[in-house]
Design a protein around this ligand. Sequence first.
Ligand code: PXL
Length: 277
Amino acid sequence: MSYKKILTIQDISCVGQCSLTVALPIISACGIETCVLPSAVLSTHTAGFSGYTFRDLTDDMPSISEHWKKEGIVFEAIYTGYLGSTKQIEYVENIFNANASENCCKIVDPAMADNGNLYPGFDAEFVEAMKGLCAKADYVVPNITEACFITGCEYKTEYDREYIDELISKLNDLGCSNIILTGVSYEADTTGVVVFENGTYSYYEHQKLSNSCHGTGDIYASAFVGALVRGKSAYDAAKIAADYTVKCIEATAEEDNHWYGAKFEPVLIELIKALEE
Ligand code: PXL
């Protein structure tokens, strides 16, 4: 296996088990050298805590990218998550051009919304810019809410295969050729992930747990990216990431007051084992 270097661009939420504090250990556990570009530093994530600090690092991005360019540093994969401002999306697009290896795989998790709502601080201008970034990615990993914001489709909690096909088709029209759509549930006690790759549609269905925790989208996307860059097919990477995310939620179920994130650490070993199969 050639030793691949991935760059992940997302925030550091110092406390909260999301974004970089999840991506860095998970992708490293997949055996991939993981370089980071923090988009912002927050004392906690924004979902459920109040009064968090927010240090925007937008202005540092161009000089960091320029330094890497001077040093001849390029990445075999670039994976973006939560971005702190609309301007950052423009800078990320420059990084896609300036700091990528020849066959660099670009993965965009448009981490900006869930359960029908945008996260605090995001607006229509940000959504518009994110649409453009998704069109430049090799893989996008939205949940249904994010797919709705990107495509302009109505958000629904109950839907059929036709609705999901429409979301995929509209994302495809925007220029997304490979789509991993998460949280697609047709039955009360199951959920799953749709993998649309170069025109081929597949669905991996798995158990839906009664508890849900914050940050599982980041866990899922990071495990998907780690498995994909490790050489798994998109479908296998999507399946490995789904099974791992379920284990993380199960590991968190025992404790009532661990609402802010999922205990992904004790089950990292399961992810490593799944990659060996
Ligand atoms: O999990 C996505 C995420 C990442 N980073 C920050 C967030 C959120 C979701 O709320 O607030 C800062």
